[in-house]
Design a protein around this ligand. Structure first.
Ligand SMILES: [Ca+2]
Length: 268
């Protein structure tokens, strides 16, 4: 257990429940109020245990206009499962997942014995989230998570993750230079910072968490699924017990169906 994980769950529960604390922080719809907001936010962060390194990262952060542009351009298009798979997966991905399944047998055995989650499910998630680590995002993580925490649209959702990101700076898991996706997702399976704080694990045994490394990302993802109720040895297709756990990973039905289908394909 990493030192930081002792307090992670308490932080997330406190902050998500504490609408009063969050309501004390203003929000904005463009970058003009960001610097003033950073001062307000540092009070909230400090009160919730963020230390000097995290507060310094906050002071150095800047508004990420590209994050907001992407956020505003999100469309509500609903894909069929076939269209979704055509866009997000390929036979080359299946082959790569099968190769990784063979080449990392010790890692998968260790993860499965510890968390009960079979490797093909983790590999389906890994391919879907980052193309097996090839596409982890080109946004500065501190800037992007603070920008969506400041933005009025979903501030209450992102504020706990922004506090968590600053804590991860304190613990040396992230820095002001860490890179990730547009809404602060990091690493090979695109964890939000609060989930790194709560669920990350050291998969390669080097004594630290690095979500951009495959082994740590896979152990952390397995731990997340285990904590959400994964039942070892039970099925994960629709109608089977572990499909409900895949639903915890991503809210989109088509995504859940894709993970179950691709996992079975990888294992076949
Ligand atoms: Ca590690």
């Amino acid at each position: 257990m990493f030192r930081f994980q002792m307090r992670a769950t308490a932080l997330i529960i406190a902050l998500t429940a504490s609408t009063a604390a969050i309501a004390q922080v203003s929000c904005g719809n463009d970058g003009s109020g960001f610097e003033a907001w950073k001062s307000e936010f540092s009070q909230l962060a400090s009160a919730n245990g963020v230390g000097q390194a995290g507060l310094q990262a906050l002071a150095n952060a800047s508004y990420d206009q590209r994050t907001i542009n992407k956020d505003r351009n999100q469309t509500g298009v609903r894909y069929s499962l076939d269209d979704f798979l055509a866009i997000r997966w390929s036979d080359a991905y299946t082959n790569q997942a099968r190769r990784m399944l063979r080449d990392n047998a010790n890692l998968w055995a260790s993860i499965q014995s510890t968390y009960g989650v079979p490797p093909e499910v983790l590999l389906a998630i890994l391919g879907m989230e980052s193309g097996f680590g090839a596409n982890m995002g080109d946004h500065n993580t501190i800037n992007s998570i603070l920008t969506v925490a400041y933005d009025c649209r979903r501030a209450d959702f992102f504020i706990p993750h922004a506090v968590a990101a600053l804590m991860l700076v304190d613990y040396g898991v992230m820095s002001s230079n860490s890179m990730g996706a547009a809404h602060g997702e990091i690493g090979q399976t695109q964890f939000l910072p609060g989930n790194v704080l709560s669920y990350s694990r050291d998969g390669n045994g080097d004594g630290r968490v690095d979500m951009s490394g495959m082994a740590d990302a896979m152990a952390s993802t397995a731990n997340y699924l285990a904590k959400k109720g994964w039942q070892p040895g039970q099925g994960y297709q629709e109608g089977q017990p572990n499909f409900a756990v895949i639903e915890e990973w991503n809210a989109a039905t088509v995504y859940q169906q894709a993970i179950a289908l691709l996992a079975a394909r990888i294992a076949s």
